[in-house]
Design a protein around this ligand. Structure first.
Ligand code: ZN
Length: 238
């Protein structure tokens, strides 16, 4: 069976969207952890070879980044959820107050989607009879009310994935022999970014090579730049 036949025969699994969103958030969080802590570790390693200092900076960066991810994610998901809840409440109110106007609006929306006026009115009528609210939030708002993400879950997930990602540069810089610290850390980070790049390409359905290259170039640039700055600052401080 060709991909095309397969695509049209199987109904698109709606539920997988939510899982994909979670996976995408986790991959992004891990990527953030890898790149920002790799930058910190490389920068400090450029300035000093003292393991204790590198460890302290890496741990501080991991904790600060993880907390900032948690707060950022909590705030962004909460405000999105508030907005969506307000829209849903407004829609419910409008349907209760102005059922005729809302029925016409629904038919208009279906007409805009490409149905003839007759068909659009029929669809709108039937859907309104069945569940006006569900029909409106689907076509008009595109919100699935069961799908409103919990901000606490989102905050926890991004914090955990950031920390997991951060462990790669942190551990590889601390555990590798001092003389090979920089190449070992670079190597571990590159491998990890290839993994997250491939995963994120898989999740988004984008081209694997391009997505991975993007992530890799970003990560390598971050390490090279911070290492260079660390060396400059370290040399000038002596
Ligand atoms: Zn409406």
């Amino acid at each position: 069976m060709t991909i095309d036949e397969d695509h049209y025969l199987k109904p698109h699994p709606q539920r997988s969207n939510k899982k994909l969103n979670w996976l995408r958030a986790a991959v992004l969080g891990a990527n953030d952890g890898i790149v920002s802590v790799a930058g910190i570790v490389a920068g400090v390693a450029g300035a000093t070879s003292q393991s204790g200092v590198i460890l302290a900076a890496g741990v501080a960066g991991t904790v600060a980044g993880a907390l900032s991810m948690a707060v950022g994610e909590y705030v962004s998901v909460s405000s999105q959820k508030d907005t969506e809840k307000a829209l849903l409440a407004e829609e419910k109110q409008a349907i209760a107050n102005n059922p005729d106007k809302e029925l016409k609006e629904l038919a208009d929306l279906y007409e805009q989607k490409g149905l003839t006026r007759d068909t659009a009115e029929r669809v709108a009528n039937e859907l309104t009879k069945k569940d006006a609210y569900a029909a409106h939030i689907d076509v008009e708002l595109g919100i699935d009310p069961d799908d409103l993400t919990n901000p606490w879950n989102a905050a926890l997930a991004s914090t955990l994935s950031f920390t997991a990602g951060a462990m790669i540069p942190l551990l590889s810089s601390i555990l590798s022999p001092v003389a090979y610290r920089i190449p070992f850390t670079f190597g571990a980070v590159i491998l990890a970014l290839i993994l997250t790049g491939t995963l994120s390409a898989h999740v988004s359905g984008a081209g694997k090579v391009r997505a991975t290259a993007r992530v890799l170039i970003g990560g390598i640039l971050a390490m090279v730049i911070t290492y260079g700055i660390g060396r400059l600052v370290g040399l000038n401080a002596i």
